[in-house]
Design a protein around this ligand. Structure first.
Ligand code: AMP
Length: 285
């Protein structure tokens, strides 16, 4: 496995792979790799012939009071994990490589960025869309792999790719969970033992709502109320949102007539957790 720390060595390695006729897959991450990230890598290894994992804690997607400095950066174990599963190249640039100076150009995906997490993390999705556009241009992958765990991010990247004609296929991969249902996240490491136990409420709330839809409920309001009551019992520090939205437009829906995305963001102490589930009402429980 090669590790590229600058753009020149990245482009040399990927250029050679592409010249050799290999299909290039990209898995963008912020590191602190867990089984969720590695499931994206497995999918990339299955679907493409030269797999690039980027590890970059992107400063522009963190708000001023967010955890950029505290974000875990266990680089040695991340590189070992990539090497073990057969990644071809890790791109682990410094902030200066990616942002050699202030940038004047930012990508804003209107509408999709302004709902769910958007109002609670001003500028976050602009930072994400902009760095992903830069990675697409630097790596020029055939396929890029993203987790459905970050459903809003995935919708935004898909829309950006379509609107700006990026020649990159965007692949959404299933959420990997702990045995009790908690979605894997690098931020789970921040949770105290007590918070970790309470955090299972996110999954419990989504599962209860999914079961009610499968049992025939079509009105979103009581579902959202039930999710809120399950979350409240876990004594959250704050609830950013609990919503039932259209999976493409991310607009709230009142009556469930097709697939619905149930999504929530909840804080325990200083840790903000998100989760979601896509429910097809035609599937019976
Ligand atoms: P991050 O390092 O948090 O920016 O995540 C990098 C990629 O891994 C994103 O596409 C995430 O959606 C994806 N990801 C994070 N957690 C999970 C998970 N539990 N299951 C599947 N994919 C995940």
């Amino acid at each position: 496995m090669e590790v590229a720390r600058d753009i020149a060595s990245l482009q040399k390695a990927v250029g050679e792979a592409r010249a050799g006729g290999l299909r290039v897959g990209l898995v963008p991450t912020m590191g602190a790799l867990h089984a969720g990230h590695l499931s994206l890598v497995s999918e990339a290894l299955r679907a493409t012939e030269y797999v690039v994992v980027s590890i970059f804690v992107n400063p522009t997607q963190f708000g001023p009071s967010e955890d950029f400095d505290a974000y875990p950066r266990p680089e040695e174990s991340d590189l070992a994990a990539c090497n073990d599963v057969g990644v071809d190249l890790v791109f682990a640039p410094s902030v200066d490589q990616v942002y050699p100076g202030a940038i004047a150009t930012t990508i804003h995906v209107a509408g999709l960025s302004d709902t769910l997490c958007g109002p609670h993390r001003p500028g976050h999705f602009d930072g994400v869309a902009t760095v992903v556009a830069k990675l697409f241009n630097l790596v020029r992958p055939d396929v890029a792999f993203f987790g459905r765990k970050d459903a809003q991010q995935l919708a935004i990247i898909r829309r950006m790719g379509a609107d700006l004609n990026f020649p990159v296929a965007v692949e959404g991969c299933p959420t990997v969970r702990e045995a009790d249902g908690l979605a894997l996240s690098s931020r789970n490491a921040y949770l105290s033992t007590d918070e970790r136990a309470r955090a299972i409420a996110l999954h419990d709330a989504l599962a209860a709502a999914r079961d009610r839809i499968r049992a025939g409920t079509r009105n979103a309001a009581p579902l959202v109320r039930e999710m809120a009551s399950i979350v409240q019992k876990s004594r959250p520090t704050a609830v950013d949102y609990i919503s039932a939205v259209d999976p493409d437009s991310l607009r709230p829906i009142d009556t469930i007539e097709g697939p619905v995305l149930l999504a929530l963001a909840v804080r325990y102490g200083k840790t903000r957790l998100i989760d979601n589930v896509l429910v097809d009402p035609t599937e019976r429980g």
